[in-house]
Design a protein around this ligand. Sequence first.
Ligand code: ZN
Length: 173
Amino acid sequence: MGGSGGAGGGGGSTPCAACKLLRRRCAQECPFSPYFSPHEPQKFACVHKIFGASNVSKMLMEVPENQRADAASSLVYEANARIRDPVYGCMGAISALQQQAQALQAELNAVRHEITRYRQQESASAPAETTTTTPPPSSPPAEQRPSSSSKASPTSTVATSESKDRSYWSPIS
Ligand code: ZN
């Protein structure tokens, strides 16, 4: 029965990347067409290779329509990561970023510790006054610092203001 064949050739609408790859007709209600443009065929090729087309369709249909675009792009990301790193997949990227965040946190803690140490030193040497950190106009270069560190020399305070100028770490995008 049902011989209503799709004889009507598509009126100029190109099939989505999924239907193109699967060699099937891209129907009006195609679950892939809003998310897999024919101009980026490698995106569907990746998710199809890793998850399989029917699983991708199922996963997209299981989420609300307004979140399907995000779901599709996260599936593409995960599939790409799995292809690049067959052992860890996107876990490789996650753990690398976690390690980076830990290292940066440790560095931040060390710098904060240094700052409080310098503040304590400053308040010990100059009790009542809050010291201004403006360096003298003709500050000597670092190589000319005296090798024997004499505590009374004013150049040591210049060195402390130098390390305060460290740029802050920007958050991971
Ligand atoms: Zn389609």
